[in-house]
Design a protein. Structure first.
Lengths: 463, 294
């Protein structure tokens, strides 16, 4: 273990952790904004209760996304000063733009939304939430443009040992980014969809007897069970649409990886030698002929480069060294990403079919929603491992090695101390967030009459 | 172009210190100027809608440094590694504390987080910049205590300005007490900066104390804000020759293309940011009162 290893661990731990909250913020924000819009349009009480309920869960999570994000911005300078000095001219620009164009909007308008319930006209208040949500999504675009540049650097030249930007537009419209942005943002909607479904599943089970009672009275007013069914349907639609986008953009990313990141593609497939009509290996030993070639080029017979041959080519181009990423991590994270992601998307399609035209949510399906909660989170985590471990040994593909990116003046002890501090703090906060979310989910939305009384004293989302 | 970007970054840091300065102060003081939970929440509600937006000034300042002066950015944060770790820890526990306080069963933990998380950055930013300028541990200590005291004073005046009732009265007392501590410190810390703005900042702090004594809270807040602006200006004026020991701005700067592009985007976007952030303060311009029981 040296400072480099620990710095990599720290980046991995803090980034994976950060990205558990980011997708929930992105997707849940849009979902809550949709609920509040529905309330604004229809005036139905149910929508307001759901807005406040999911709004609270959203804010608990939002706080975690914000504070863990600050660490990210400082970390490049702290642990990766050689990298930062090399790339700042190019990589810093989208980060500065992210802060200026996205973070200001997000954080200012979320404050207005939290505290503005009784200060702002309804329409303006709703617009504030949408502005905050747009800010969140915009930030995803900028940071992913920066990230994509590491894997497929464009619009720059190297002068005096530093990257110099020559074309900002090229950086912002990098093909890698344009494939990655819809993939990551849609996966965020799947994570949020899975979360909402788990919550709805829990409440559908808890309120499952209400419909019968109401029917016995002969009246058919909307029950709480109906409310949760409606919310679940909304989440199912969101997840299913996002599922289609994820598959489509994932396919685009695979085809781009074939051209831009052949080593990652070969490692993800465990393909060692250049192969015409390369097979897709479902697991080691189980292969479907020609499918990898088809997925990466659209042609079943095309040749896909293998890791061994690429290694030789890289050695010729860049000199001696090992240019292969950790094969097991890349291979398995690719499969887990697909399996967990597809399972969630598949569940949403199944749910939509089973609840079509007013059919009730089957109980086993509600249970499944609760059990499936971790799946999309595992899928996005695996996706990032594939994406970033697969980029190794480079921080900037073909330009800068990870080993040459680390801060020379930062010692092992310093990195170890900060890694320990962040890991402990993050661990404690994860437990606290889980407890807090569970408690608020169990408590459920305020009853309509109690909402009115409580609101007169203190809007429920305030401090 | 390089000078312009140095000024922009100094502007962003200054904005951050002025805005988060009172957030830190309010976070530190809220438990001590309130007699019950209602008043505690009243205190925190003064910064509730704005603290997150204020913090983005830091994120933008750091992002702009990364883009415009990569070597300054990476040098600064890798040199002051452990202080920066502690600042980050502070910002994490403060943000979580503020957002979760009303939603947890044991808000005492959140209160602890808010106090510690406000104190750490308020002290450490001063220590980091003082160390950068004077390169000594004593200077860092004095600088840190000075900015900590300055934040407490600034926050106390803000609380007095933005609340009513008992909290307002106690915040005024806290501001006077903070002035007694900050003024002698200011003489030591600001005179060592040896510049006109620093001297004016000293005057502004004395004026703030007099104004808060005479219940002129709005003007007192203007004075403490001015003191922070002038201190920050003075610090950045000193850093202009060498933002880090052995580094010049020209060496640290990005190429003219990047700086030009960022200038145009900043020129277009920044006015919007200032307008909608200003609007937030306008929406929440009223004093926060304790809700009548009922």
């Amino acid at each position: 273990m040296d400072a480099l290893d620990l710095a990599r661990w720290q980046f991995g731990v803090t980034t994976v952790y950060h990205f558990l909250f980011v997708p929930l913020t992105i997707g849940l924000g849009v979902f809550v904004a949709g609920l509040q819009t529905a309330w604004h349009r229809t005036g139905k009480e149910h929508y307001l209760r759901l807005t406040k309920f999911f709004g609270k869960l959203f804010l608990i999570n939002f706080a975690m996304g914000v504070v863990t994000g600050i660490v990210q911005e400082f970390q490049f300078g702290m642990n990766w000063s050689e990298y930062s000095t090399f790339v700042g001219d190019v990589f810093g620009a989208p980060l500065a733009l992210e802060a200026l164009l996205a973070f200001f909007m997000e954080s200012t308008f979320i404050g207005l939304w939290i505290f503005g319930w009784d200060r702002l006209p309804k329409r303006v208040h709703l617009a504030c939430l949408w502005a905050a949500v747009i800010g969140s999504n915009l930030s995803a675009y900028f940071i992913l443009a920066a990230n994509a540049w590491m894997k497929h650097p464009v619009g720059y030249e190297v002068v005096d040992g530093k990257a110099r930007m020559t074309d900002l537009w090229a950086v912002l419209t990098n093909s890698t980014a344009l494939a990655q942005v819809p993939h990551v943002v849609a996966s965020a909607f799947i994570v949020a969809g899975g979360f909402v479904l788990a919550v709805c599943g829990y409440w559908l089970l808890r309120t499952r007897n209400e419909n019968r009672n109401e029917n016995r009275n002969g009246k058919r007013s909307e029950t709480r069970n109906d409310m949760w069914r409606g919310a679940a349907r909304g989440a199912l639609v969101m997840t299913a649409i996002a599922g289609v986008v994820v598959v489509g953009s994932g396919d685009m990313s695979a085809k781009l990886a074939f051209e831009q990141q052949p080593m990652k593609l070969a490692s993800a497939e465990g393909l060692r030698h250049d192969t015409a009509g390369a097979p897709f290996s479902v697991a080691p030993g189980i292969e479907i002929p020609g499918v990898l070639s088809f997925l990466s080029t659209g042609d079943f017979g095309a040749t896909v480069q293998g890791t061994e041959n690429l290694q030789q080519r890289f050695e010729q181009e860049f000199g001696p060294g090992d240019y292969r990423p950790d094969q097991a991590v890349v291979f398995w994270s690719f499969r887990l990403m697909i399996v967990f992601g597809m399972a969630t998307a598949g569940l949403s399609v199944l749910g939509l079919w089973l609840t079509r035209r007013g059919r009730p949510m089957p109980r086993w399906l509600s249970r499944l929603f609760v059990l499936a909660l971790p799946l999309p989170l595992l899928a996005v985590t695996a996706g990032w491992l594939l994406s970033e471990v697969g980029r190794q040994p480079w921080t900037v593909a073909g330009e800068l090695l990870t080993a040459a990116s680390v801060s020379p003046g930062v010692g092992l002890t310093e990195v170890a101390v900060s890694l320990a501090i962040f890991t402990l703090l993050y661990g404690a906060l994860a437990v606290a967030e889980a407890v807090l979310l569970t408690r608020h989910v169990r408590k459920g939305p305020e009853e309509p009459r109690r909402v009115a009384v409580a609101e007169r004293r203190e809007p429920s989302l305030m401090y | 172009m390089i000078d312009l970007w140095f000024v922009i970054i100094a502007f962003l840091w200054t904005g951050y210190f002025v805005l988060e300065g009172f957030d830190f102060g309010v976070g530190l003081l809220s438990p001590f100027v309130s007699a019950n939970d209602e008043e505690h929440r009243q205190g925190l509600a003064t910064i509730g809608p704005v603290w997150d937006g204020n913090e983005v000034w830091l994120i933008t300042a750091v992002g702009a440094m990364f883009a415009a002066f990569p070597a300054w950015y990476s040098g600064l944060f890798s040199t002051f590694y452990l202080p920066v770790v502690l600042i980050l820890v502070g910002l994490i526990v403060r943000g979580i504390g503020l957002e979760w306080r009303s939603k947890v069963s044991y808000p005492a933990w959140c209160d602890l987080g808010i106090v510690i998380g406000s104190a750490l950055p308020a002290f450490l930013w001063g220590a980091v910049f003082a160390n950068l300028l004077f390169g000594s541990a004593v200077a860092a200590l004095v600088g840190g205590i000075f900015t900590l005291g300055l934040c407490v004073l600034h926050g106390a005046v803000f609380l007095a300005l933005k609340t009513g009732g008992e909290v307002r009265r106690r915040a005024r007392v806290a501001a006077l007490a903070a002035s007694v501590v900050v003024l002698p410190l200011a003489v030591v810390a600001l005179s060592s900066l040896d510049s006109v703005p620093a001297l004016v900042a000293m005057g502004a702090l004395a004026a703030a104390a007099a104004l808060i004594w005479r219940h002129r809270e709005g003007w007192a807040f203007t004075a403490t804000a001015a003191a922070i602006v002038l201190t920050s200006v003075s610090v950045f004026a000193d850093l202009r020759g060498a933002p880090l020991p052995g580094l010049t701005l020209a060496e640290a700067a990005s190429g003219p293309y990047t700086l030009t592009m960022l200038s145009w985007i900043g020129l277009i976007a920044l006015p919007f940011v200032l307008v909608y952030q200003g609007w937030t303060y306008w929406v929440f311009r009223k004093r926060v009162q304790v809700a009548p029981a009922g």
